[in-house]
Design a protein. Structure first.
Lengths: 363, 277
């Protein structure tokens, strides 16, 4: 269990005429490996909630347990917020507005430096983070963040968080304001980070069609409370209630509902475009006695010809492994404990080999 | 003719030797009263084009004429700015006063209009965007959609003939987006204001009279939304997507179902599927 929230309540401007309850008795457990989507109206409490998880707001009532760190309204013991923020990374809305340093490298290094890491470790992490977000380290490191495109700037901002190697990554409206291509790149990046950096990811979004493309679980905020907390496939059984709250439902669900209303029977489990396509082709085949291929049918709205490459893919293209850095500079003797899994793996393999050699020579 | 661009080029100076053409030899006519949606990926020249329309940027080559007045004509530039109202992306950057009606009055005050007329215009503009009841309130605690509607009202008080929304819906939630879009369509229908709506959301283009797609500083497509979306393969190549419903129809079509062309809205899709299933 990564994060446990118990009876959390929060009121803005308490005891003034502007008093506003933002969170009302929130209970939530976020598990390791969750890909959690949070939806809700503007002002429903989502942002206040995630600011609690990052220790930006102190709970007024209730408590939060994040890994081993406890947050509550009590003054003592003081929570170790630095440790908390190294484990929970937060990407705010429009994170590119927070870029401030004169080079990309310095900007990304800001977070890890503040964690008190050695300069070697910081340099290593910065390079990894920049490559992980799909930018070419050598190309961008000395450039001013402001020279980059909107989508690139956003990726630099995300790299600044990734460089702290958080176990939980929270993103507030990560694709807002981008064009369709930029959106797609950020979505791919988030999926990539889930497997390569932060195993637990929480995303706030207004775009439900975007959330259903990756979330395994969705939490719905309404009026300062959590009203639904369900596996993604189950949530839209409540589509009428969601619409009554003024929330969007996935377009596939909307269309399936309209078709049902017009008397066409469809399976209950339609959430994504792919689900809907398969179901429609099935129905069509039944009615017309045809054998159209339902599994070969793809919803390739986002199949842009020019794709974002992960650093692994780019390494493969350049014919090197990920550990070999592009334009092989002097190799750093990295003693960092928290290198990425892959590096650690190859290292242990090497160790085993030397051990075998050693044992072999003994024999 | 509300807008007339004749062979317009605009280049930014990167440094002394290097220039980038954001808009290249672009010619365009827009009739008065048209609702135009303008789309294109980041860097395609949309915002440069918007800024050329009211003389915030002046063309490097060619001419931009608004109701016959060229933006290069220094004597006409203030007429042009009165005719072309612009609303930008960030709702927080466009408020200047702490009370709604003061904010709306700022434009006409600067034009030296008499007090009575200003009061009339403020009321009219706020009414048009559905915000009249908020006239004595402060804009800072409002939602993004409300702030953008106020920004539109602020522009309306100058009585423009053309309203340019430069990604004005990009930072809003779905509700705010539909509020702003509704106001834009009403102004277009009731007041015959020419609207140029720049957006990344393809579905916002569906109700436009005309959809213009920019790529690389040039017009890639120009026509009724349905006609433009029929070129989905080419649109993808220039990093744009078609509306979700159109994509679903295309996928089904590829699988072998005959849905015909021109599906852009939910109703179109549902109707067609009901016939087939």
């Amino acid at each position: 269990m990564s994060i446990i929230v118990k009876n959390l309540s929060f009121t803005y401007s308490a005891k003034t005429p502007y008093e506003k309850k933002a969170l009302d008795n929130i209970n939530l457990e976020i598990n390791d490996g969750d890909f959690l989507g949070i939806i809700g109206h503007t002002g429903s409490g989502k942002s206040t909630f995630i600011q609690h998880i990052n220790g930006l707001i102190k709970p007024q009532e209730g408590e939060i347990e994040i890994f081993d760190i406890k947050l509550s309204s009590a003054r003592r013991p003081k929570a170790d917020l630095r440790a908390l923020r190294s484990q929970v990374g937060m990407v705010f809305q429009y994170p590119e507005y927070q870029l401030f340093a004169d080079t990309v490298e310095k900007d990304v290094a800001f977070g890890p430096k503040n964690l008190g890491l050695s300069s070697e470790e910081v340099a290593d992490r910065v390079r990894h983070a920049i490559e992980m977000v799909g930018l070419d380290y050598e190309m961008v490191k000395d450039r001013a963040p402001f020279e980059l495109s909107g989508g690139q700037k956003r990726r630099v901002a995300i790299a600044g968080i990734i460089a702290m190697q958080p176990k939980v990554l929270i993103l507030d409206e990560p694709t807002a304001g981008l064009d369709p291509f930029g959106k797609e790149q950020i979505l791919n990046l988030i999926k990539y980070l889930k497997t390569h950096c932060s195993p637990t990811i929480v995303v706030i979004s207004h775009d439900i069609d975007e959330i259903t493309r990756f979330a395994n679980r969705i939490v719905v905020f309404n009026d300062s409370k959590i009203v639904y907390d369900e596996p993604m496939q189950q949530l839209f059984k409540h589509s009428r209630q969601l619409q009554d709250m003024g929330l969007d439902i996935p377009r596939a669900v909307k269309i399936a509902n309209s078709l049902r209303y017009r008397g066409i029977e469809l399976s209950e489990d339609i959430v994504t475009a792919e689900d809907l396509l398969r179901e429609i082709i099935d129905k069509y085949n039944q009615k017309h006695g045809t054998e159209l291929d339902k599994d070969g049918c793809v919803f390739d709205m986002y199949d842009f010809s020019q794709k974002w490459l992960t650093s692994e893919e780019r390494a493969a293209l350049e014919g090197r492994t990920l550990e070999q850095k592009p334009q092989a500079k002097k190799q750093r003797s990295s003693k960092s404990k928290t290198l990425r899994e892959k590096t650690v793996k190859t290292k242990t393999v090497k160790k085993v080999n030397t051990k075998e050699k050693f044992e072999g020579s003994e024999k | 003719m509300a807008v007339l661009l004749d062979n317009v080029t605009y280049s930014y100076n990167i440094n002394d030797t290097h220039r980038v053409d954001a808009v290249k030899n672009l010619s365009l006519h827009i009739e008065e009263g048209t609702f135009v949606a303008l789309v294109g990926h980041n860097g395609s020249g949309k915002s440069t084009l918007a800024k050329l329309l009211n003389g915030l940027l002046l063309p490097t080559a060619g001419t931009v004429k608004i109701f016959g007045n060229s933006t290069l004509d220094g004597e006409k530039i203030f007429d042009i700015r009165k005719d072309v109202g612009m609303v930008f992306q960030n709702p927080d950057n466009q408020m200047i006063a702490s009370i709604v009606e003061d904010d709306i009055a700022f434009g006409p005050e600067n034009l030296g209009i008499e007090r009575k007329e200003i009061i009339r215009r403020v009321e009219w503009a706020l009414d048009k965007v559905g915000m009249l009841e908020y006239r004595k309130r402060t804009p800072f605690k409002m939602s993004g959609g409300q702030k953008q509607r106020l920004a539109i009202a602020g522009v309306l008080a100058i009585m423009p003939k053309i309203l340019v929304l430069d990604e004005s819906t990009a930072m809003l939630d779905p509700q705010g987006r539909s509020e702003v879009l509704k106001v834009a369509h009403e102004l277009n229908k009731q007041e015959r204001i020419t609207v140029i709506h720049i957006t990344h959301f393809m579905e916002e283009a569906l109700d436009a009279d005309r959809l213009i797609v920019l790529n690389d500083g040039k017009i890639a497509f120009d026509g009724a939304p349905k006609e433009v979306f029929a070129h989905y393969e080419e649109l993808k190549k220039i990093k744009l997507a078609v509306p979700w419903e159109t994509q679903l129809a295309i996928s089904l079509q590829k699988a072998g179902m005959d849905l015909g062309e021109g599906i852009v809205k939910e109703e179109d899709l549902v109707d067609k599927l009901c016939q087939l299933l």
